[in-house]
Design a protein around this ligand. Structure first.
Ligand code: NAD
Ligand code: TYD
Length: 351
């Protein structure tokens, strides 16, 4: 079996669904269930014995040591993180604790477990660390996209904490020989995305007649990747990635934020027209920019494509159609996720 952390969050829960659709190998899912962790994401697997949920912190050495001894996984995949740039600006402490200290503790638990594995389990073992393109900093309009060799220039507390975790993973390979793989991906979107991030926030605000907040001039560029394409890429890297290597994963979908929001509005105009017949784009509102806002991210995904034969299957048009439809089809999930913590956050961020 495999031990995967952070799977009640957005990407991790999609990973569990995608994995179990294609494999019978069970997953032990270790998640602390912070505000971003939501077991509703995995509700359809409640009777599936191949998914074992354990609530706990990646930084809890005793807990992780016990889990490794109990389940004897052939691989550990680390999705768990504090992941929201805006929250990292308001309160960076949790980001250092989970993304840096937590990853360190997890690496130490895994190293102790791996060091005494018998062969061939020891040689076959993998630690896969899921990271972000934000470690590379920001690009000017004419710059080539981020390759794996791009220097680390993180600009937000979130990006700096993820960059630190990537460095730790790299060092544990070079110093201790731990068989690691690292992936750095661009912005994901799709089902089960927590609505503090741009795409789900815009879909739900539009449907609720609320403003669609665009930071600054809306010309910041992100390279959007459909989450299931990302999950397939991670499975490929786990299967065939070269030890100690980093793989960039992107969707070849660079878009300015304002165009993303207009595309969502246009989809909703067709799928769920406003009662007054006006376009959803009328709700677009420009708000104060994020401090230190990175201007452009773009991924050069040629390494994973040529070495491992992975390619994204979705264009932005097909992926956003599926995503908007998913939010329209899942009002119960939306209702569950928009209570509590999320409401408090919206008050703090947008007033
Ligand atoms: P998310 O915030 O939706 O989920 C994170 C999960 O980790 C949550 O379930 C949370 O409860 C859990 N968690 C947090 N701290 C923990 C701890 N100390 N111990 C155990 N569990 C803990 O994040 P996501 O969007 O699913 O991102 C998953 C990973 O992918 C993260 O490492 C993130 O940095 C990376 N990533 C995300 C994106 C994106 O667009 N969402 C892009 C690039 C990289
Ligand atoms: P986000 O989804 O927070 O992801 P990230 O910061 O990791 O890229 O934001 C995506 C882009 O959308 C980013 O440039 C910030 C911008 N944005 C807005 O313009 N308005 C919003 O309300 C939010 C949440 C984000």
């Amino acid at each position: 079996m495999i031990l995967v952390t952070g799977c009640a969050g957005f990407i991790g829960s999609n990973f569990v669904h995608t994995w179990l659709e294609n494999h019978d190998e069970p997953i032990v899912n270790l998640d602390k269930l912070t505000y971003a962790g939501n077991l509703d994401n995995l509700a359809s697997l409640s009777q599936d014995k191949r998914h074992i949920f354990v609530q706990g912190d990646i930084g809890d050495r005793a807990r992780v040591d016990a889990l490794l001894a109990q389940y004897n996984p052939r691989a550990v995949l680390n999705f768990a993180a504090e992941s929201h740039v805006d929250r990292s600006i308001h309160g960076p402490g949790d980001f250092i604790q989970t993304n840096v200290v937590g990853t360190f503790n997890l690496l130490e638990s895994v190293r102790a477990y791996w060091a005494v594995l018998p062969e061939p389990a020891k040689t076959d073992f993998r630690f896969l660390h899921v990271s972000t393109d934000e470690v590379y900093g920001t690009l000017a309009p004419q710059d080539p996209p981020f390759a794996e060799t791009h220097p680390f220039e993180p600009n937000s507390p979130y990006a700096a904490s993820k960059a630190s975790s990537d460095h730790l993973v790299r060092a544990w390979h070079h110093t201790y020989g731990l068989p690691v793989l690292t992936t750095n991906c661009s912005n994901n979107y799709g089902p089960y995305h927590f609505p503090e991030k741009l795409i789900p926030l815009v879909i739900l605000n539009a449907l609720n007649g609320k403003p669609l907040p665009i930071y600054g001039d809306g010309q910041q560029v992100r390279d959007w990747l459909f989450v299931q394409d990302h999950c397939r890429a991670i499975a490929r890297v786990l299967e065939s990635g070269r030890l100690g290597e980093t793989y960039n994963i992107g969707g070849w979908n660079e878009m300015a934020n304002i165009d993303v929001v207009k595309t969502i509005c246009a989809r909703l105009d067709v799928l769920r027209p406003r009662a007054d017949g006006k376009p959803y784009a009328d709700q677009i509102t420009y708000v104060t920019d994020r401090p230190g806002h990175d201007r452009r991210y773009a991924i050069d995904a040629r390494k994973i494509e040529s070495e491992l034969g992975w390619k994204p299957l979705e264009t932005f048009e097909s992926g956003i159609q599926k995503t908007v439809q998913w939010y329209l089809d899942n009002p119960k999930w939306v209702e569950g996720v928009t209570s509590g913590e999320y409401r408090k956050w919206i008050g703090k961020q947008y007033g």
